[in-house]
Ligand binder design. Structure first.
Ligand code: GLP
Length: 244
């Protein structure tokens, strides 16, 4: 694992964006695995800036997002479809038909999961997967569990995740209780993984996930076994580990 220490959120976002931009410059038709949550918003803003200044061209890339809430339509303002359009897809020259997210409104979630895995396989897998980190160690929506889930699957969100994500909804009852998420095997199959972490509230889980035992109780801990992981964090998120 490579730890990349940055001073603050802005520096973290710039560093992460430069890693993604380098990937796209080196391989124009990269398959990027993308994430939602508050942490990558600055990274996406910086990618937009790099696009506007003519440094990166996104027209040949394909994207696959990690996850989507069950029961929200793509135009719901808290759906991850909406998030991606708002923060990235609607602001750069990514071709809409080359972007992919699980369909949280699918009538048959099991069939939708199988379809999504096939989409990823057909694209030849993910070149660079961007990840945030949940407070309980979740990646995508792979919540702490007795085992590491493999492919895309339907997941019941834990109370801690519902609580954390309720800040974005009008009231806690509005937070969907289920989601579709890429599995751990799919995430681990990405050629490269880039994790972004920011803030004091992530310091404890950063230490536990990347320096503690590898266990499905802390899903992100499996990343310790991936051959090419870069963790870009700010001073607060790295405050309990020694990586400076
Ligand atoms: C959400 C997303 C994850 C994200 C995590 C952390 O539940 N499904 O992909 O990494 O929470 O989010 P944040 O960056 O807002 O702390």
């Amino acid at each position: 694992m490579r730890f990349c220490y940055t001073e603050d959120y802005t520096a973290m976002s710039k560093k992460a964006a430069s890693i993604i931009a380098a990937q796209v410059v080196l391989k124009q038709d990269s398959v990027l695995g993308l994430a939602t949550g508050s942490t990558p918003i600055g990274t996406y803003d910086e990618l937009v800036r790099l696009y506007e200044s003519g440094d990166v061209d996104f027209s040949h890339i394909h994207t696959v997002n990690l996850d989507e809430y069950v029961g929200l339509n793509a135009d719901h303002d808290q759906s991850y479809h909406f998030f991606m359009h708002q923060h990235l897809f609607g602001r750069v020259n990514i071709k809409k038909e080359q972007t992919n997210l699980p369909d949280g409104s699918a009538k048959d979630p099991v069939a939708e999961c199988a379809r999504y895995d096939q989409v990823i396989r057909d694209l030849g897998g993910v070149d660079l997967q961007l990840l945030g980190l949940g407070h309980n160690g979740h990646i995508g929506f792979n919540e702490p569990a007795a085992e590491f889930p493999k492919g895309t699957h339907l997941v019941a969100l834990t109370e801690s995740t519902i609580q954390a994500n309720s800040r974005l909804f009008e009231k806690k009852e509005d937070v969907p209780r289920q989601a579709l998420t890429m599995g751990i095997q799919t995430i681990m199959s990405a050629k490269k993984i880039l994790v972004v972490v920011s803030g004091k509230d992530k310091a404890a889980i950063v230490k536990e996930a990347f320096f503690g035992p590898v266990t499905p109780n802390v899903p992100a801990s499996i990343l310790q076994l991936h051959p090419d992981v870069t963790i870009v964090g700010d001073a607060d998120a790295f405050s309990l580990i020694d990586v400076k």
